[in-house]
Design a protein around this ligand. Structure first.
Ligand SMILES: Nc1ncnc2c1ncn2[C@@H]1O[C@H](COP(=O)(O)OP(=O)(O)O)[C@@H](O)[C@H]1O
Ligand SMILES: [Mg+2]
Length: 185
């Protein structure tokens, strides 16, 4: 589907806890962008297919969510930011930013969130293996860039993304490597 030439859609994806929502709201202010939280959109519209039996969380109806997102975006102009680890499953985008964070740092953040040990482990493993990056690359090979936020402040991450959007800098996918975490565990 072709987008409106006056609009630029940027997906901010990555493992839970890497900083997507905080950075997206900073970006929204700095760029006067329209911000969509894809998790909120799923909740608002009740786009769930049932519950995961063992873990108790709701399973998102992805085709319905992407359809909803695409239609919400279709009549908007200007900069549109989409925050969420499900955003990259959807088709309509100009740029996919994958935020990365060293799993040892991510562990502290997810503990603070009160996630169960199993949920923490699953997310750390996903981050170490680069699951969001690989999925994003498979679906949007020419639109993906990744930022290692481990040593960056929130302001710095936000500024790096603005530089990417302005094409002042380019972070090709595949440079970030946290596989050491898999070996250590
Ligand atoms: N670069 C960073 N430096 C320090 N703290 C950060 C950074 N990025 C995110 N955080 C903190 O990590 C927590 C999780 O961030 P959040 O934006 O909710 O992540 P996500 O939306 O990816 O799940 C928040 O408390 C946020 O302030
Ligand atoms: Mg979030």
């Amino acid at each position: 589907m072709k987008g409106n030439s006056q609009q630029k859609v940027v997906f901010i994806t990555g493992t839970p806890g890497v900083g997507k929502s905080t950075v997206s709201s900073l970006l929204q202010k700095k760029l006067s962008a329209y911000l969509i939280s894809i998790n909120e959109l799923a909740r608002e519209k009740g786009l769930f297919q049932g519950e995961e039996p063992d873990k108790g969380y709701k399973i998102v109806d992805l085709p319905a969510l992407c359809k909803e997102l695409t239609s919400k975006i279709s009549n908007k102009e200007g900069m549109i930011l989409v925050d969420g680890h499900l955003s990259h499953y959807c088709p309509r985008t100009d740029l996919v930013i994958v935020l990365r964070l060293d799993p040892d740092f991510l562990e502290q953040r997810l503990k603070k969130r009160g996630y169960s040990p199993l949920k923490i482990h699953e997310n750390l493993e996903a981050e170490a293996l680069g699951v969001c990056l690989i999925e994003s690359y498979e679906l949007h090979p020419d639109k993906v860039q990744e930022i290692d936020s481990t040593k960056l402040s929130l302001e710095e991450v936000t500024d790096e993304i603005i530089k990417i959007i302005n094409k002042e800098i380019y972070y090709p996918p595949g440079k970030v490597d946290y596989l050491h975490w898999m070996v250590k565990k």
